[in-house]
Design a protein around this ligand. Structure first.
Ligand code: DGL
Length: 261
């Protein structure tokens, strides 16, 4: 591959995917782009969001001269993957909720799906559940508050645990039901960033499954990353100076504005 792999998300969630990729392939050249001007995606209407994702991804691919796009956002992938694949002439890899590994791991046959409101209700997600978790009870929890909490946390402010617990109450209840859930799909890339907090707040130990490692494997299946020059450029659609430190911790340069048409 000649150009870097571009990781795209609405915000900092894609950093959880960047971490999985960099852990598996330390020499991989990564760029990052996020549409923080439109964050959170999970509360936007589908038609305008699909058009916006296409515009931002096209601009970011151009800015980075990327050789592959990883849509590190479940909300964007379950809506816009096909459109992106048609519009771009590079491989596009999506991120969708890890329902299949969660169903394989669950002993109680009761799993939780923690995602944005949009992802929880998408036909794409329903299809994954029917195909891979047909014999499981699936408790779906729309937890958009966790997106803004993850953003705030990486921006240097502490998490609001009362707000997190309020959003997670249905999950905690299901974990203590007569047939309790034992495995939770982190169906939003922001959520693995909060995993230590989620595990501490949970009323009992649970399995937490995200898509990061599966995406890293998929990137290599599609095109093995070369050992080209390191990249690390980072583009945002709104001011992200408060995230400089977080981007730096994940190996990215200070954010620069992404110019949109
Ligand atoms: N990180 C995104 C995801 O995986 C969503 C965050 C948002 O709602 O903007 O779904």
């Amino acid at each position: 591959m000649s150009g870097p792999v571009l990781i795209f998300d609405s915000g900092v969630g894609g950093l959880s995917v960047a971490r999985s990729l960099a852990t598996s392939y330390p020499d991989i050249a990564l760029c990052y782009a996020c549409d923080n001007a439109w964050l959170p995606y999970g509360l936007r209407d589908d038609v305008t969001l699909a058009a916006r994702i296409l515009t931002v991804c096209q601009a970011a691919v151009r800015a980075c001269q990327a050789s592959m796009l990883v849509v590190a956002c479940n909300t964007a992938s379950t809506l816009a993957l096909e459109g992106l694949r048609q519009a771009l002439d590079i491989p596009v890899i999506g991120t969708v909720p890890a329902i299949k590994p969660a169903a394989l791991a669950s002993r109680t046959r009761h799993i939780g799906l923690l995602a944005t409101r949009a992802t929880v209700h998408r036909p794409y997600t329903q299809d994954l559940i029917e195909r891979f978790a047909g014999d499981c009870l699936v408790t779906r929890v729309a937890a958009d508050a966790l997106v803004t909490e993850a953003e705030a946390w990486l921006g240097g402010r502490g998490v609001d645990e009362t707000r997190l617990n309020a959003a997670l109450a249905p999950l905690w209840q299901a974990a203590q039901a007569p047939c309790p859930l034992d495995t939770v799909v982190l169906g939003c890339t922001h959520f693995p960033l909060l995993k230590p907090v989620l595990a501490r707040l949970a009323p009992k130990p649970l399995g937490w499954i995200d898509s990061g490692d599966a995406i890293a494997r998929r990137v290599v299946d599609v095109a093995p990353p070369g050992t080209g020059p390191a990249d690390g450029r980072c583009f945002t659609t709104a001011d992200a100076r408060h995230l400089r430190r977080a981007f730096n911790d994940f190996g990215f340069e200070p954010p620069q504005p992404l110019l949109l048409p």
